[in-house]
Design a protein around this ligand. Structure first.
Ligand code: PEP
Ligand code: MG
Length: 952
């Protein structure tokens, strides 16, 4: 159980933002020897997963499971913030307790706090506290000041059928019969995950205190990536409910929250609460996993074998996992426990030979289940790396699935690039000497970057290196480090902890693109660390290889030798990171998010990296390898041929011409559009012009960016989408209100309608930049006629002033309502461009970013195809043209269907332009039309894919 002393409390802390407070608490815990550097990152990561706001102006940030290895000894530090700090969801905190605790130890503290939380006016008292002693007093549990009350069966419901926490809350609200005021306050209070799937939500009661306790029927519900198995809702008055909270937390402290949630009836649940966890079951036995790689397949099988020798029904659970009981006689279930070295297992047996079974299992687990026992140090280390060290995970001839971030097939031996461990002292005596060391290291790193810059030609890579040099010189970074050095840290420790916290803050950005810039920060961080720690550079093989790494920084990519690096596989990463963009521009296949198990591969193992279907085939059989080689050669021949004919038009075998344009994000790459053979830009995503800066670009900045694209296109048409932020894309300088469903909220044109001046400037810049060059402007996310009319009238007003001579105005078809109403829109627009990414998302009601729905969320679903057809038919009836600018245009299976449906223009990823042109040339319009007709009648996307597959 953790507890606080006056030395652990600082009052009057003037900090003003959540991240700084959490980092300051982590630094304090580190200084006092409770945690190692980097724990702050874990605390911030936890914050991103789940709210740590407790109520009454108190929050309890703590680290994630993954950062537990950084805890050296249990500790708590409390900061009192008299001015209050926003903690998200409209809550303000005045007291923050930073916790470093192994396992669920912080629940012990929660239990103590629970007794105080309901005290009327506690928030005001906390806010007004001046001395540490006052804070400690306030946190004292003042038991018994009001009559205690208990639950009755009417206030409890078990195994309620819901699929989300919100539904559970709804049920609780209807049972509690809350007044409108109570309900309003309850909705303002964010549910708090108090551990092991249990959630707490509360409101001050107008009159009588009440409680409702509900458990869920399904074990698969999650809220903010935490399980939901039970909910306690309190309408609080006085401290009468304290006993109930205490009972509840006793179960959690004992690590038995799942068992409590698993009770079969309201009566059983109440009885369990009253009885408490300790007397609940005596036929249990605990054992710690001592196997270096945890309970993987081999020891798991040994455990199951051992359990099967007994008649008794034997259950097992992992106290360091989700805590749920599963059968110890099922290998699938046992492996599914995810038990790693150091995790605590509990067995429960019922039946005649139960006692014998428990003895045998305890002995078997403690004895290593047939494997050599890991030393405790090794156990800690295994936990620390958080990598799946299960060699059995990737057996020979197995396919590992990841996310495809750059297409193509690469075959060769893997080179597993284990992260370099930097060794350095934490503290240093002479701050001046440390500062000098740091300056020299930064200078050396900057010189290295300059040398690289002078060697490379690719504009993308040059931009990246220049950006890294900028970051190195950024005073806010160096000032942060200097501050740490002055506090007694060594140059290396100060630099690394500053880099860590800046990268974590960046990674926490709600915008995926900005968040992925964290990799750039870590990249420059490592570069300087290598100088500070005099570490040897990693020796890479001198033969061609597939590079497997935790993550690959942009500067590593720029420096790699494309003659030797055949392909890239990373444990984490995202498809839109700078590294991914670079890999695509270098034409190197890249698989991201492949999972930690790839780091356990032996360097030299032969593998096939398929950047088209997002897999890594490890140690494939000879026949598979041969097949892959044939495919690879076929792809190369095709690409060479396509490249050679890239400047020729895309005309089908029977003479029908399809325009092929390129999608562009970075305006600096406009010259590559022409080089790739594109007939223009079919989609300029202008939000990139807005994202890469700290404030909105003014007229001049935009003018320069758009002019550069027109210049590079040399008379080819430019289709520009006006600013499309909101949903998953946000601007750091433009905070948006939080919405329950951001994709269905104020995004695209809706956001511009709230900021007309912004769209006005953009339209003016576009029209001025165009002059007499062909400009096509389209508005994103239009769903309703009024939005189009509003945008058009703004355009008309500016065009009347600027008078560009070659302009068309259109809309993106991304919302089904526009496709369904296309006939009406077609009378006024000059063109449509179908954004199949969003159109698919909104038609199928499947989040485009959901990895789980990725397979189902297919733009070839006949419903989407019908909407495309409706759009094309309506446009053509009015003599207007239609393009497709979503990813579907780059899909070779979709291509004949889009052509057959009558799409006039395909705008695709830059690198695919020559290939798409080549593919058009392989089809005839008549066969495309036939296929499209059949596809419209098909039942689902897989059938459509088969249909095209058979015709190819
Ligand atoms: C689309 O939705 O298909 C599209 C092209 O827009 P974005 O992917 O930028 O949302
Ligand atoms: Mg879109």
């Amino acid at each position: 159980m953790l507890f606080l002393t006056a030395q652990d409390v600082k009052t009057g802390v003037p900090l003003a933002d959540k991240t700084t407070v959490i980092q300051a608490l982590a630094d304090w815990l580190e200084q006092d020897g409770h945690v190692a550097a980097g724990y702050g990152a874990g605390m911030l990561a936890r914050e991103a997963q789940t709210a740590t706001y407790l109520g009454q102006g108190i929050a309890i940030p703590h680290g994630t499971q993954e950062s537990r290895h950084l805890i050296k000894k249990t500790g708590i530090k409390a900061m009192h913030l008299p001015n209050g700090v926003p903690w998200g969801d409209g809550e303000k905190v005045y007291l923050v307790l930073g916790i470093a605790a192994g396992s669920d130890e912080h629940l012990g503290l929660l239990k103590q706090l629970a007794g105080t939380l309901s005290r009327d006016g506690l928030a005001e008292q906390v806010k007004a506290a001046r001395e540490p002693q006052e804070v400690l007093q306030l946190l004292q549990d003042d038991a018994g000041s009001t009559t205690e009350w208990m639950l009755n069966a009417g206030q409890v419901a078990v195994k309620v059928s819901v699929s989300a926490l919100e539904q559970l809350v709804e049920q609780a609200v209807s049972r509690l019969l809350l007044s409108p005021d109570e309900e309003k306050k309850l909705q303002q209070h964010e549910a708090v995950h108090i551990g092991q799937g249990w959630w707490l939500k509360q409101t001050p009661a107008d009159d009588k205190p009440r409680a409702v306790l509900l458990t869920t029927a399904s074990s698969a519900i999650e809220h903010r990536q935490q399980p939901v198995s039970g909910l306690l809702v309190l309408a609080v008055k006085g401290v009468g409910h304290k006993t109930l909270l205490t009972q509840m937390t006793e179960w959690l402290v004992a690590g038995r929250g799942a068992e409590l949630a698993g009770q079969d009836s309201a009566e059983a649940l109440i009885a369990a609460l009253e009885r408490g966890p300790l007397s609940a079951a005596t036929n249990e036995r605990a054992a710690v996993v001592r196997n270096e790689y945890g309970l993987h397949a081999r020891p798991g099988a040994a455990l199951v074998q051992s359990a099967k020798q007994f008649e008794a029904e034997i259950k097992i659970r992992n106290l360091d996992g989700d805590g749920r009981w599963v059968s110890a006689k099922s290998l699938m279930k046992v492996i599914g426990l995810g038990a790693k070295a150091g995790h605590q297992l509990v067995f429960r047996a019922e039946g005649q030979d139960a006692e014998e079974a428990l003895n045998a299992l305890e002995e078997a687990v403690s004895g290593g289940l047939g494997e050599e026992l890991a030393t405790l140090a090794a156990v800690a280390e295994a936990d620390a790396t958080d990598i799946l060290h299960e060699p059995d995970d990737i057996a020979a001839n197995t396919r590992v699935r990841g996310v495809s971030a750059s297409p193509g097939i690469a075959i060769g031996p893997v080179f597993v690039d284990a992260p370099v461990e930097f060794e350095y002292p934490q503290q240093a005596e002479d701050a001046r000497a440390e500062q000098r060391k740091l300056n020299t290291a930064i200078e050396q790193a900057s010189t290295e970057l300059a040398a690289t810059l002078s060697r490379i030609n690719a504009p993308q890579a040059r931009d990246m290196m220049a950006m890294h040099r900028e970051l190195l010189a950024d005073p806010s970074l160096t000032q942060g480090v200097s501050c740490r050095i002055k506090q007694g840290m060594s140059a290396a420790a100060a630099w690394w902890s500053e880099i860590d916290s800046v990268a974590i803050r960046q990674a926490a950005s709600p915008d995926a693109l900005l968040a992925e810039r964290a990799a750039d920060i870590r990249d420059i961080g490592r570069r300087v660390m290598a100088r500070l720690c005099d570490s040897n550079p990693v020796v890479t093989p001198d033969h061609p290889y597939l590079w497997v790494a935790q993550d690959i920084g942009p500067s590593q990519l720029v420096n790699l030798d494309p003659g030797r690096v055949l392909g890239l596989v990373t444990v984490g990463g995202g498809a839109s990171s700078h590294s991914a963009i670079l890999a695509r521009s270098l034409g190197i296949p890249l698989l991201v998010a492949a999972g930690g198990a790839v780091m356990t591969l032996q360097s030299g193992t032969e593998a096939i990296l398929n950047g088209d279907d997002g897999t890594l085939w490890v140690a494939p059989e000879v026949s598979v390898l041969e097949q892959a080689r044939v495919c690879q050669q076929g792809e190369r021949d095709l690409a060479d041929l396509a490249w050679a004919h890239r400047h020729e038009p895309a005309i089908t075998r029977d003479g029908y011409r399809v325009e092929v344009a390129a999608n562009l994000g970075n305006t600096a790459r406009a010259a590559e559009v022409v080089e790739a053979g594109a007939e223009g830009v079919g989609l300029l995503r202008t939000e990139f012009v807005f994202m890469a800066r700290r404030s909105a670009p003014d007229l001049d900045a935009q003018l320069a960016a758009y002019r550069s694209v027109f210049d590079a296109l040399d008379g080819r048409p430019l289709v520009v989408r006006t600013l499309d932020v909101g949903g998953d894309k946000s601007l750091p300088y433009w905070p948006e209100p939080k919405e329950g469903n951001p994709f269905l909220g104020v995004r695209g044109i809706r956001l511009c309608m709230q900021k007309p001046a912004l769209l006005e400037t953009q339209l003016r810049a576009l029209l001025m930049a165009a002059g007499d060059r062909p400009l096509r402007i389209m508005f994103p996310m239009v769903a309703d006629w009024s939005e189009w009319r509003w945008a058009r009238s703004l355009f008309d007003k500016i065009q009347a002033e600027v008078q560009a001579t070659n302009v068309q105005l259109g809309i993106m078809v991304e919302v089904p309502s526009v496709a369904l109403n296309a006939g009406v829109f077609a009378q006024e627009v000059d063109f449509f461009s179908i954004g199949t990414n969003d159109l698919t998302q909104y038609t199928l009601a499947m989040d485009r970013g959901s990895a789980e729905l990725a397979a189902l969320s297919d733009g070839l679903n006949p419903a989407v195809l019908r909407l495309i057809k409706m759009t094309v038919d309506a446009a053509h009836a009015e003599g207007k043209w239609v393009g497709v600018c979503g990813e579907l245009g780059s899909d070779p299976v979709a291509l004949p269907l889009l052509v057959g449906l009558g799409v006039d223009e395909l705008s695709v990823t830059l690198r695919r332009v020559p290939l798409v042109k080549a593919q058009v040339r392989e089809w005839s319009l008549s066969s495309c039309r036939q296929l499209a007709e059949q596809a419209l009648k098909a039942s689902d996307a897989p059938t459509v894919r088969q249909l095209v597959g058979a015709a190819r």
